[in-house]
Design a protein around this ligand. Structure first.
Ligand SMILES: [Zn+2]
Length: 263
């Protein structure tokens, strides 16, 4: 292959291996950076959410403003667990019901509060004509009214009126920008580093496979290579049920995955 072709290969995205995954240290460093622009804020939230929710890049791209819900699930004392992100019909979703990813409340670096602030300051509101939570039949189809949760940003500071959707390249760039701002070398990170990081960290923290599958939507034998190095359970330090209990997991268990990042 000619030298110029080799040079070209280096800059194309296809075939780039995901050698690195995002860890709690990366996520905490990124979350601690002070916001410099709308672009920074969108990127920071996208990378944090992508990791805590073990998102596929296509899932992040397709999120709409009305897919984010807070304060709907409360414990017996009426305290909210955090937020839920709804995914429309996706891979492995034979019944087409959609699925939830759950993000628990945090401390100083709480992601749920940060997303709420971002939505408010960027004026990303649920549209008055949105039918998603009014009509069950509309739930698993794109809303089309509210627009993307992470739209394209122009000049670092504004969304345009059309609220255009980002693509996979924007996610890869966002990860690189966030890591660079946090003084971390971004070599070996791709858009899969979020999902891979989320799954690996939860596993290392002793979150059982059944709970990891709830958050990530992955099946044990699917795309093992990048989604999880190994699906087996580690000796858990968590007081968590190993398998789906009768009547499904308790709500608080479902928030454990995101809490492993300790934000
Ligand atoms: Zn909507």
């Amino acid at each position: 292959m000619g030298a110029w072709l080799l040079g070209l290969k280096k800059y194309t995205s296809s075939g780039v291996k995901t050698k690195m995954h995002l860890t709690p240290i990366h996520i905490r460093l990124i979350a601690s950076l002070s916001t410099t622009s709308l672009l920074h804020e969108r990127d920071s939230i996208m990378v944090q959410l992508g990791t805590l929710g073990a998102f596929r890049q296509s899932e992040l791209i397709s999120l709409e403003v009305c897919d984010w819900l807070t304060n709907r699930e409360c414990d017996s004392r009426g305290q909210s667990y955090g937020a839920m992100v709804f995914l429309k019909k996706k891979k492995n979703d034979q019944e087409g019901k959609g699925r939830w990813k759950r993000i628990g409340w945090g401390g100083d670096l709480c992601l749920v509060r940060r997303v709420e602030k971002y939505l408010h300051e960027a004026q990303l509101y649920t549209h008055a004509e949105c039918q998603k939570w009014k009509d069950v039949a509309m739930r698993t189809t794109p809303c089309g009214k509210c627009g993307p949760l992470f739209p394209m940003v122009y000049g670092g500071t504004r969304f345009n009126n059309k609220r255009e959707r980002i693509n996979a390249k924007h996610i890869t760039n966002a990860i690189a920008r966030m890591l660079t701002a946090a003084h971390v070398d971004d070599v070996g990170f791709t858009s899969k580093s979020m999902r891979k990081g989320g799954l690996l960290i939860a596993k290392q923290a002793g979150v059982p496979k059944a709970l990891r599958c709830q958050q990530s939507g992955h099946q044990s034998n699917a795309h093992k290579v990048y989604e999880s190095d190994d699906d087996t359970d580690t000796e858990g330090n968590q007081d968590l049920p190993k398998d789906n209990p009768p009547g499904s997991f308790w709500r608080e268990h479902l928030y454990c995955f995101s809490q492993m990042f300790g934000l």
